[in-house]
Design a protein around this ligand. Structure first.
Ligand code: NDP
Length: 239
């Protein structure tokens, strides 16, 4: 029977590749995002259902629940990104607080709220997978702190969901090329450096991340929970 899969931020990049993978397996896929147009176009391409939702907003999450089935087998908390890319260095403490909190909200609080909202709907034997980052192990300011927090918080989540046979894990990608995350934001020099750091000599692709998520959501991974799976081409996750 087809599983119900929710991929947050599933209209672009890594989330889209994850949603596409599950859709191709015949699962019933729901994708979310804040921008209606690109989200609906992406959903239509893969036969998924689009629901506009800001995952940092509890009221939007309450509305999301009305669009989802009573039982959700797989939740992929992928929505996020480094909100500090565009804000730059804060000039005063109030701006610093705002920017720091924005990254925690976008990458950590959003996943916690979404999981909390869906907790009762998660099907026995299901899976929750959060998209972390190599930045959670090697720095990266408030963004890295938020991604590191995902891994720690997830240990408790795995404990809470374990009795229902639900696993909870983090997939931590390294440098994944060709998504909006890094587009127009990296110098050629920095790109080369990120590739040089890998053992395989190339950036990852969104499909590489999708493969890891699919594995963690499969019966083959039913005894794996509370873990972080690094998908970074052998880039050392510490400085
Ligand atoms: P994208 O910018 O393409 O994907 C981010 C997606 O999340 C977008 O679809 C965006 O849609 C959505 N999103 C962001 N914030 C929210 C929100 N508050 N509510 C709902 N949707 C939201 O980049 P990637 O695919 O690269 O990033 C996906 C995940 O992978 C992120 O969590 C990122 O931190 C992580 N990651 C990426 C790496 C990379 O190298 N690319 C490396 C390590 C981790 P919209 O703007 O319409 O809301």
């Amino acid at each position: 029977m087809a599983r119900n899969v929710l991929v947050t931020g599933g209209g672009t990049g890594i989330g889209y590749a994850i949603a596409q993978h599950f859709a191709e397996q015949g699962e019933t896929v729901f994708v979310t995002g804040r921008r209606t147009g690109p989200l609906k176009e992406a959903a239509d391409r893969i036969g998924a259902r689009a629901v506009v939702c800001d995952h940092t907003d509890p009221e939007a999450l309450a509305r999301l629940l009305t669009e989802l089935p009573e039982s959700v087998d797989v939740l992929v908390n992928n929505a996020g990104g480094n909100t500090d890319f565009d804000t730059g260095a804060a000039s005063d403490l109030a701006s610093y607080a705002r920017d720091f909190r924005a990254n925690l909200d976008a990458n950590l609080v959003s996943a916690a709220l979404t999981t909390k909202a869906l907790e009762e709907r998660l099907a026995a034997g299901g899976a929750v997978v959060h998209i972390g980052s190599i930045a959670g192990n090697r720095g990266g300011g408030s963004y890295g702190a938020a991604k590191a927090g995902l891994a720690t918080w997830n240990i408790d989540l795995a404990g809470a969901l374990g009795a229902r046979g639900i696993t909870a894990n983090v997939v931590a990608p390294g440098y994944i090329a060709d998504t909006e995350f890094f587009r127009d934001r990296l110098t050629d020099e920095r790109r080369t450096q990120l590739v040089t750091e890998t053992a395989v000599g190339r950036p990852g692709s969104p499909a590489d991340v999708a493969g890891a998520v699919a594995f963690l959501a499969s019966p083959a991974a039913r005894h794996i929970t509370g873990q972080v799976l690094h998908v970074n081409g052998g880039a050392h996750p510490t400085r």
